[in-house]
Design a protein around this ligand. Structure first.
Ligand code: ATP
Ligand code: MG
Length: 305
């Protein structure tokens, strides 16, 4: 749905913000655009919005080049910029209503989006009286006006305290689940997106180092997969699992067992878990996809030689 092919972006003055960036984001994905300061995250989002034209290469969104089909593409995207500027002394409702009118969206949509982000009780407040976390919710609310197919959130957790960060990320997860919208969220703080990311694009100094679903990336870069198996007989289960040579480590807890296994033997382990489930030893199991930090270290490490 989003496709970058060998994209270069050189700003006036000669700064090369993107140099040969290629990646795709499939429809319906909650994708994280991850990279340090100056990596090219904001530039990437501006290219998707059609605010910028690539110096070379192609950017396509729904098969359209955004800088050419600006209006059509933009009307289907909700964008939360990195440093949004809000009018002072304006009530939340007035602000959202004004944007709804500008974008030719029915004013009734203000109530829908306010509810979605949990600010319906704050509509009468002036924006400047809100905490940063709630200002950010107003920003997400405006991005949701008109029910866009794609949400671009440029560092939505920047400058928030840890609790507000978690709340915003939780909100992003819920919006993705409930609206089925494609979301791209950028950040330079990799571990905080561990809970959110199912798809990642790693960018550094204008180059996309790698991208894909977390499962694909984990298989490529992480030596051990970790499975968490719930069981009423964790000790018996651990003894059974230890019989397999591909099991690298086992940690027994009260009601679950954590199993570390060679990444290229996950299929064997899954088969075995199913067999053990048939013998009543397994309640449920999950593959832990929270490898973001480790994947990042591997990818960045190898790119720096
Ligand atoms: N309008 C501009 N004119 C000139 N150079 C720019 C402009 N915008 C960005 N740059 C430069 O392009 C590079 C990429 O910037 P970009 O803002 O895309 O990175 P970023 O990943 O969003 O960084 P951050 O984490 O700091 O937000 C940086 O070197 C930046 O200084
Ligand atoms: Mg940026």
């Amino acid at each position: 749905m989003i496709e970058f092919v060998d994209v270069y972006k050189v700003y006036k003055g000669g700064v090369v913000a993107l140099q040969g960036a290629s990646f795709t984001v499939p429809s319906g994905t909650l994708a994280c655009l991850l990279g340090p300061n100056g990596a090219g995250k904001t530039t990437t989002m501006k290219l998707i919005m059609g605010f910028l034209r690539p110096s070379s290469g192609t950017v396509k969104v729904w098969g359209l080049e955004p800088w050419i089909y600006e209006k059509e593409v933009r009307s289907r995207i909700g964008f939360l910029p990195e440093r949004p500027i809000y009018p002072s002394n304006v009530r939340v409702y007035t602000f959202l209503k004004h944007l709804a009118n500008l974008r030719r969206v029915p004013v009734s949509d203000v109530h829908r989006v306010s509810k979605l982000v949990g600010i319906e009780h704050l509509l009468d407040r002036e924006i400047k009286t809100l905490s940063r976390g709630y200002v950010q919710r107003v920003g997400i609310a405006q991005a949701l006006l008109g029910d866009p197919e794609l949400l671009l959130l440029d560092e939505p957790t920047a400058n928030l305290d840890p609790r507000a960060r978690r709340e915003i990320l939780e909100l992003v997860k819920v919006l993705h689940r409930d609206l089925g919208v494609t979301i791209i969220i950028s950040s330079h703080i990799i571990p905080e997106l561990q809970e959110v990311a199912r798809y990642a694009i790693f960018i550094d100094r204008g180059k996309v180092l790698d991208h894909g679903s977390l499962e694909e990336l984990a298989r490529k870069y992480v030596a051990n997969a970790i499975y968490v198996i719930e069981s009423s007989r964790p000790r018996d289960l651990a003894i059974e699992l230890l019989k397999k040579d591909y099991v690298r480590g086992i940690y027994v807890h009260d009601d679950r067992v954590e199993v570390h296994v060679d990444m290229d033997r996950v299929n064997d382990l899954e088969e075995y878990i199913k067999e053990l489930a048939g013998r009543g030893m397994v309640k449920s199991y999950s593959f832990r996809t929270a490898y973001l930090g480790e994947i990042y270290e591997k990818i960045v490490g190898s790119s720096h030689g």
